[in-house]
Every structure is written in C-alpha cells, then in structure tokens.
Design a protein around this ligand. Structure first.
Ligand SMILES: Cc1cc2nc3c(=O)[nH]c(=O)nc-3n(C[C@H](O)[C@H](O)[C@H](O)COP(=O)(O)OP(=O)(O)OC[C@H]3O[C@@H](n4cnc5c(N)ncnc54)[C@H](O)[C@@H]3O)c2cc1C
Length: 323
C-alpha cells in the first residue's frame, strides 16, 4: 500500500481511551478512499499492552513518556512518523492533542487542520469539515502539504467496531527525555457536582458574563427557581469563575434539566453536546447570529447585564422570590 495513515492513541496511564476508536473510525473512512494502511501509535511507558481492533499498534516506549508532555509526545510522534512515513496523521482534538499536533505538523514540514468534525468524499477528493467563528460558519478544507496532521473532535465519529480482529503489536524502545519541560505538580480534581447533576433548572454562564463579579447575577437568577444549580462553559471555567466540576459539555457534565438558561454562551458544538437533551433551552446573547440560538426554544437578544437584573426584579415582584 502506498498510502499510510497513522493515528496517535489517546491514553491515560497506559490505558487506551475510547476516543481512540473514534480516530480509528475516521482513519477507516479516509483509508477506504485511499486504500491506506492504518497504524495506531501509543506513546507511553507501557512495556505490556493489549492489541487494538482494526489496526496494528506501534508502542513508543520510554520512561520519559510516563506522563504527558507536549515535548515528549511530539518526539514520540516524530519517531513513529520516521518509521511509518504516514501521509496523514490523526490525533484527537483533546486538551493534549491540540497541544502538540500543530507542532508535529510544523516539525514534519506538513500541514495541519484542527477541530475536524467530519469528512466529505466527493469529486475524487476529501474535504475536512470544521466549524469557525464560534460555530457560525461551517467550513470545508482541502488537504494541504503532506504529511497532513488532523485533530478530530471527540464525538465527531462513531467509535470503530471494537469486535474487529486485533492487529499486531510492535514495541519501539526509546529514550525520550523532555528537555524544556519539567513536572511541577500533577493532580486530578474532584469531578463530582451532585447539585448540578440533579438540578431541574440550570443557569449557565459563558464568557459573555465578562467578569467574575457577574457570576452573582447568575447565582441570583438561579435563586429565583427551586431545584436550581449554576454551571458554565469551558471558557467560564478556564477563566476561574467556576470550578471545572460545573463545566457543561463534551469534556464536562452532560445535563438534561427541565430548563437550561445559557447566559453569554456562543453555542460551540462542544458545549451543545452537554446540554442538548435539556427540555427547554433559553439563551441570552447580544449577538443575533449566535450559534446557540439554533439550539434554543426561546432566544433573548439582549445584553445579559440588562436582561438578568430585569428578570430578577420581575420574578421577585410576581412570585415573592421563587418561580
Ligand atoms: C476538545 C475540546 C473540548 C471542549 N469541551 C468543552 C466543553 O465541555 N464545554 C464547553 O463549554 N466548551 C468546550 N470546549 C470549548 C468550546 O469549543 C468553546 O470554546 C466554548 O464553549 C466557548 O465558550 P463560551 O460560549 O462561553 O465563549 P465564547 O465562544 O467566547 O462566547 C461568548 C458569547 O457571549 C456573548 N456575549 C458577550 N457579551 C455578552 C453580553 N454582555 N450579553 C450577552 N451575550 C454576550 C457573545 O456574543 C458570545 O456569543 C471544548 C473545546 C475543545 C477543543
């Protein structure tokens, strides 16, 4: 086979994570078009690994890969690429994947398409789909210079059949030492948030709240309802306004309350993935073209700093503080 696809497994402590099978499904679609060989690469400190379904596995094994670093993963990817000479490299668009993928593309003098959410096969060529401008645009990209590195959004492809025949496992022992990176502290935060999981009304804050102080508006609005909880988009959590256990979305909590109020949230597909099963969605956004409105039952085009205080005043007037 002249055409080769390399996927890089997503792993945690040597355990291959399910999103890897979504990458395999993506590889299988592209591979069907080019008649490609598909090899999965597992960077880690994992001298003993099970085979995976549907592809051969190349384990890049080094004590320096015991924990993720961009530098380590980039070196492992380059080592594997030297061996496999891939035309296409597929990496998960996770917080680690999009950290090192563009560096791999640059170091291999290739090209890179990030956040791929789909593939279109037409007119004898492949187009890669990604959204832009906070979900407002749906864009199709042609392949660039090879090797092409793509990062694929988790959830974009149904997982590859895990019952398919396992491939062969090959080990490459390496001495990969991150030179520019040192591990200061590594911890996993407590992800439980029972209040949010059981809430019937969720008031969610996005980047559009603008500042931490405006979280008080969100809290006050939540206090207008029984069995309510507050939540946030990833940006709201990244900004430190909320704990990560309040993040709703693909990499956060999945919620399905009776009422979900999105305040200053643009409506990225990663956020929608966590709240699309809500019974009624109300969105407050000052941008009339915000993508969240496509997934809303009630669209309020207004500055939230004006709308929320007015709502709270009305709620207090009509229902003595509770609706
Ligand atoms: C692998 C991966 C996983 C991810 N997982 C998640 C996830 O689980 N959850 C998640 O939420 N995101 C996730 N993201 C991030 C996601 O892609 C978006 O970046 C994020 O959801 C955007 O957050 P936001 O809507 O708060 O901010 P923005 O996209 O910046 O939107 C802010 C919105 O606020 C509006 N606004 C601004 N000021 C006001 C105002 N005064 N009044 C009213 N409206 C206003 C703007 O018009 C805009 O629409 C993930 C991304 C990746 C790559």
């Amino acid at each position: 086979m002249d055409h080769s696809i390399m996927i890089i497994c997503e792993q945690s402590e040597g355990r291959i994570l399910p999103v890897t099978y979504e990458l395999l499904a993506c590889a299988a679609r592209i591979g069907g078009f080019y008649n490609s060989s598909i090899t999965a690469v597992l960077p880690g400190n994992t001298p003993d690994t099970d085979a995976i379904s549907g592809a051969d596995l190349l384990v890049i094994n080094s004590p320096g890969l015991a924990e993720y670093t961009a530098e380590g993963w980039e070196k492992a990817a380059l080592l594997a690429a030297g061996e496999l000479k891939p035309n296409i490299i597929i990496i998960a668009h996770t917080s680690t994947g999009y950290d090192y993928a563009p560096r791999v593309a640059a170091l291999l003098d290739g090209s890179c398409i990030t956040s791929v959410s789909g593939i279109e096969l037409s007119d004898g060529s492949i187009r890669y789909r990604r959204s832009g401008f906070h979900g407002k645009l749906d864009m199709l990209y042609k392949e660039g210079k090879q090797p092409l590195v793509i990062t694929v959004l988790p959830g974009a492809f149904p997982a590859y059949d895990q019952q398919a025949a396992p491939g062969m496992v090959r080990y490459m022992n390496a001495d990969i030492q991150p030179v520019h990176t040192s591990n200061v502290h590594f911890s996993i935060s407590d992800q439980s948030n029972t209040e949010l999981e059981h809430a019937e009304v969720v008031i969610a804050a996005g980047k559009g709240i603008g500042k931490a102080e405006n979280l008080e508006l969100i809290r006050e609005m939540a206090a207008c309802f029984n069995r309510s909880a507050i939540a946030g988009s990833r940006v709201a959590c990244d900004n430190g306004w909320l704990e990560y256990n309040a993040q709703v979305g693909l990499t956060g909590k999945k919620v399905s309350p009776q009422l979900y109020v999105a305040c200053g949230i643009s409506g990225s597909m990663q956020h929608i993935a966590g709240m699309k099963d809500s019974k009624t969605v109300v969105s407050i956004n000052r941008d009339p073209d915000a993508a969240i409105f496509k997934n809303s039952d009630i669209c309020i085009i207004e500055d939230l700093e004006k709308f929320i205080p007015a709502f709270i005043r009305e709620a207090e007037k009509h229902h003595e503080g509770r609706v």
